[in-house]
Design a protein around this ligand. Structure first.
Ligand code: 5GP
Length: 193
């Protein structure tokens, strides 16, 4: 069996650090990568599509996924909102000869890293400062003030997990963050660009 098939990329960050943009860029740049679509019990947002950003399920359905051991890891990322990596996604991607990319919270990211060790590259995306992170979250304005405050206090806590990751990318300008991410991924996968 080709052991390279089991490599994987983990991308974690506090929300507002620009993680999703970097994940999208990597997926576009490297056809070898495939996005691991998580299950979540949170409500679908405008512009999202079931099966693309997430598999949107009810809380009861999520509990069943847990009890039937269908999840590699899961977290209650925000109070009442559950997110989990589906074992079937990892299998689907591996079977297609691709490498999964996990866009997960910092705790989930570290848990996957512990499971897969050197077969995984764990990237931590960091905003240049907490103030910039707050401004970015406010500009996005998809949340109520209360949920924004929740995200901010959570982000402060999440920023303390940096040292458990393999590499840290400071998302100052997107262009340099893209370049750094590309270089780290191509080195890890042994791809010449
Ligand atoms: P959002 O609700 O903004 O899409 O995502 C909230 C957070 O949940 C993000 O940090 C995202 O990376 C994280 N997340 C998404 N899927 C998973 C998952 O399967 N497991 C874990 N632990 N976190 C996830």
């Amino acid at each position: 069996m080709d052991s390279a098939v089991h490599k994987m990329i983990i991308v974690s960050a506090p929300s507002g650090a620009g993680k999703t943009t970097i994940v999208r860029h990597l997926l576009q740049k490297f056809p070898q990568l495939s996005f691991s679509v998580s299950a979540t019990s949170r409500k679908i947002r405008e512009g999202e599509k079931d099966g693309r950003e997430y598999y949107f399920v009810s809380s009861d359905e999520f509990r069943l996924l847990i009890s039937n051991e269908k999840l590699l890891e899961w977290q209650e990322v925000y109070s009442g909102s559950y997110y989990g990596t589906m074992i079937s996604e990892v299998k689907r991607i591996n079977d297609a000869g691709q490498f999964p990319v996990f866009d997960v919270d910092v705790v989930g990211g570290l848990n996957i890293k512990k499971m897969y060790g050197s077969d995984s590259l764990a990237l931590f995306i960091k905003p240049p400062s907490f103030e910039i992170l707050e401004a970015r979250l406010r500009a996005r304005a998809t949340d109520s003030e209360e949920s924004l405050q929740n995200r901010l206090s959570k982000a402060k806590w999440e920023l303390t997990f940096e040292q458990g990751f393999d590499k840290v990318i400071v998302n100052n300008t997107l262009e340099t963050a893209f370049e750094q991410a590309e270089k780290l991924v191509s080195d890890f996968l042994g791809i010449r660009t």
